[in-house]
Design a protein around this ligand. Structure first.
Ligand code: NCD
Length: 311
């Protein structure tokens, strides 16, 4: 596998293989000496045109744990702010020795363009492109579900409910693709104007409202951030209405099963899509998700840069 720009780059087998190697790497991350020599001499560039905390830092630590050299490119302080194109920037980074470019960009399709237009020969990993995809987030979410629900290697029999601003969420899109591929049953619910058309064609069932969705007894409830920065005027809502209908508040928290896990990709808007109580609940897997992000990104970097695997 040379690039990871979409979950569609993976087959069920290759996704499971990545989750297996990430699971092994979680053990390396528990050791006193956490470094492996696997990517010594290779340079990884984090090319981020949007803000990020978890994703950027975990790609950086992941590359360092594998002994790669890491450069963090910040669009705000670089020539990108002088209007340099993505193509010219990427070619410049490659001329400086980048073997892999981890890209986050507000334009859907940016990572795919970088990987497939013949501009560069470096590996490309998508760290989020517009509303489109965020494949490493989906992988770390599946790893978390696999660990906490003690499922087999795939996720057959697991019921995952995704709630909120689905339309603007690359996390939701990548998760639906991967969860369905791994055999989970996926359902979604959210305000009608934030549900994309054709969502059921991806294999997700649509619930009318949050309470009906909870009555379906999900094993996992994945809350999404309300992504105001991506919303069109027609999608804007009143906060009190959103909280009433779509927040994981204390009452809904009380309706969830004892073993139901609560997920959120972060950053959380506490008090909006998720209450403080839910974010702090013992069933919350939010920090486990962050921790697993490191192992998943190590596995992905290793896979795309190890060179021996052409699948
Ligand atoms: C997500 C993103 O940037 O797509 N964050 C993340 O990577 N953990 C989700 C979000 O911004 O809401």
């Amino acid at each position: 596998m040379k690039h990871l720009t979409s979950i569609r780059d993976l087959t069920k087998d290759s996704a499971i293989a990545l989750l297996d190697s990430a699971q092994q790497l979680t053990q390396v991350n528990q050791r006193t000496v956490k470094n492996l020599p696997a990517l010594r001499g290779k340079t990884v560039v984090n090319l981020f045109y949007e803000n990020s905390t978890r994703t950027r830092i975990s790609f950086e630590i992941a590359a360092k744990r594998l002994s790669a050299d890491v450069i963090n490119f910040d669009a705000q302080t670089s020539s990108a702010s002088k209007g340099e194109s993505l193509k010219d920037t990427a070619q410049t980074l490659e001329a400086l020795g980048a073997a892999a470019i981890v890209v986050r960009h507000p334009m859907s399709g940016a990572a795919h363009a970088l990987a497939n237009r013949g501009w560069i020969s470096a590996s490309v990993i998508n760290a989020g492109d517009g509303r489109h995809e965020h494949p490493t987030q989906a992988l770390l979410d599946s790893l978390t579900i696999r660990q906490l629900k003690n499922s087999g290697t795939d996720l057959s029999g697991i019921k995952v409910l995704i709630i909120g601003d689905i339309e603007n969420s690359r996390v939701a899109r990548s998760n639906i693709l991967l969860l369905v591929m791994l055999g989970a049953t996926v359902s979604v619910a959210g305000p009608t104007n934030l549900l994309p058309q054709g969502i059921s064609a991806l294999g997700a069932k649509v619930h009318e409202n949050f309470d009906q969705a909870i009555a379906d007894k999900p094993d996992v409830v994945m809350m999404l951030r309300v992504q105001l920065e991506r919303m069109l005027e027609s999608q804007v809502f009143t906060t009190s209405q959103y909280i009433e209908n779509w927040s994981l508040d204390q009452a809904r928290l009380g309706e969830l099963g004892k073993a139901t896990i609560i997920m959120h990709p972060g950053p959380m808007n506490r008090g909006l899509e998720i209450s403080n109580q839910a974010a702090n609940d013992s069933r919350s897997a939010v920090l486990r998700q962050v921790e697993n992000g490191l192992a998943v990104r190590m596995a992905v970097l290793h896979r795309v840069l190890s060179g021996s695997d052409s699948s």
